[in-house]
Design a protein around this ligand. Structure first.
Ligand SMILES: O=C[C@H](O)[C@H](O)COP(=O)(O)O
Ligand SMILES: C=C(OP(=O)(O)O)C(=O)O
Ligand SMILES: [Mn+2]
Length: 479
């Protein structure tokens, strides 16, 4: 059933994206330079925005700097081929989607994929959600036209509402506060799931409960039996499994809305020490964006002289940068010089999003150029954003086969160059949506209407996510 009849993709490309100079307000005002910032909303009320800045700046951090440091150390392992990154979640999180069930299904899907990748690939998997902050979207057009009505495009729940009315589409800075509180509730639940025993590898079977019986699920059950068997063997040998009770699960999102990221950026001298290993060597006390452990800069906002790259260069979190097929080696190296001047392993992740048809041509020169410069970056594959198409019936979609093909190309390029494929960045959900074509259920164009719920890009559903994990595990094994 089509929910609310809004699933046809009708964005009119009638104007170029917004580039504004972000008004610098709030407590950290003097710290931020006045640089052009692409893809910012046109907030109608500057005074209301200033108030929101001040309020956000007074809120507690959502994550600790020490956790961000731990993730950076793990990403450094991924750059060396000692770990593998799985970064996944919605294209656009919604406030309404932050339910206990919805969050649990996404976390379970990520845990299942991680188990498959760890078992098949023999590597620890670093789990990073596109979760707890992925509430804003860059758009190809500032405007959307339906019939004879043209309104501002939907830019994510942190900015405006999806409902196609003038009121709904007007940017409202109060939404930034709601984004913070929704991110906080989401993180709270993620922490409860992943540290309260639910993510214990001994529950590997239970993560499959509640999902429809499918081929991928059956294959997963078989794998879970093998994992169980191996663990019983280890337990009989006297192994201590307490370390498996908790799992580290990190949060990430695109650092797009400077009006959200800047007030949440803090120097955290007062932070209590974390238990477990910290990488004190890379802790320089500098500012951290406390909205997420890892943030990334998108393909549309990575201008060298722009506010987003400047922001990323200033904060100490691990940084991802999306690289599309037109990126030159010089572009990549200039970004690395700005964001990672000390060539710190784990600091910079390049997330290529080339498209299945071009990755084998476009990626090798980039990877080789970066390698030859002596730089250490973590290479990750986003097989989603270069493979978006409009289906005959008008849905924005992706072919599952193209997604797999891009991942295959990514592994092949790195195998040929002798470099390291460090991870995957995927738009996915734990729900049985019908947004991407193909997969074992062979969703066709007519099937897209059954359950298309994304407010922005199409996500792999639970079954397709597991299928991708099995295929990627095979590629990882062959590496
Ligand atoms: O998630 C990525 C972008 O926000 C998205 O692909 C842009 O989509 P649009 O071309 O429909 O604006
Ligand atoms: C906007 C996104 O990607 P990109 O910047 O690669 O287009 C995204 O990851 O949702
Ligand atoms: Mn997207």
């Amino acid at each position: 059933m089509v929910r609310s009849g809004r699933r046809r993709w009708e964005t009119a490309r009638v104007s170029s994206p917004t580039t504004t100079t972000v008004p610098v307000t709030g407590p950290a005002a003097t710290a931020w330079p006045d640089l052009p910032a692409a893809q910012q909303p046109e907030w109608p009320d500057a005074a209301a925005l200033a108030q929101v800045h001040a309020e956000l700046a007074s809120y507690p951090p959502l994550v600790f700097a020490g956790e961000a440091d731990q993730l950076r150390a793990q990403l450094a392992q991924a750059a060396r081929g000692e770990a593998f990154l799985l970064q996944g979640g919605d294209c656009a999180e919604t406030f309404a989607g932050a339910t206990a069930d919805g969050i649990r299904r996404r976390v379970k899907t990520m845990l299942q994929m991680s188990a498959v990748l760890t078992y098949g690939g023999g590597l620890p998997v670093i789990k990073v959600g596109r979760m707890a902050g992925q509430f804003s979207k860059p758009r190809s057009s500032n405007l959307e036209t339906r019939g004879d009505v043209t309104l501002p495009a939907y830019r994510g729940d942190a900015v405006n509402d999806f409902s196609f009315t003038a009121e709904g589409r007007t940017p409202d800075p109060q939404r930034l506060l709601r984004a913070y509180h929704t991110a906080s509730a989401t993180l709270n639940l993620i922490r409860a799931f992943t540290t309260g025993g639910y993510a214990d590898l001994r529950k590997v079977h239970e993560w499959n409960r509640g999902f429809a019986a499918t081929t991928a699920n059956a294959r997963y059950d078989a794998l879970a039996k093998d994992v169980d068997k191996a663990m019983r063997f280890m337990a009989a040998c006297g192994a201590d499994f307490d370390a498996l009770r908790t799992v580290q699960f990190f949060a990430s999102h695109e650092a797009l809305l400077l009006d959200y990221e800047r007030p949440l950026t803090r120097t955290l001298d007062e932070e209590p020490p974390l238990s477990g290993p910290t990488s004190a060597d890379v802790r320089q006390g500098g500012p951290y964006d406390t909205s997420a452990h890892m943030i990334w800069i998108g393909e549309r906002t990575r201008q060298l002289d722009g506010a987003h790259v400047d922001f990323a260069a200033r904060v100490r979190n691990p940084i991802g940068v999306k690289l599309g097929p037109k990126t030159s080696v010089a572009d990549a190296l200039a970004l690395a010089d700005r964001i990672d001047p000390f060539n710190e392993p784990g600091r910079l992740t390049f997330i290529s999003r080339m498209g299945a048809g071009v990755i084998r041509e476009a990626l090798p020169a980039l990877v080789a150029g970066v390698r030859d410069s002596g730089r250490v970056v973590t290479w990750v594959c986003d097989p989603m954003h270069g493979n978006t198409i409009t289906s005959q019936s008008g849905y924005k979609t992706r072919r599952f086969d193209d997604v797999v093909e891009e991942v295959r190309g990514f592994f092949e390029v790195h195998a040929t160059l002798g470099t390291v494929p460090g991870g995957l960045h995927v738009e996915l959900t734990g729900d049985d949506v019908t947004e991407c074509l193909g997969g074992a259920f062979d969703i066709d164009d007519a099937g897209l209407a059954t359950r298309y719920e994304s407010l922005c890009d199409p996500r792999l559903n639970h079954q397709q996510s597991l299928e991708l994990a099995f295929l990627a595990a095979e590629m990882l094994q062959q590496r």
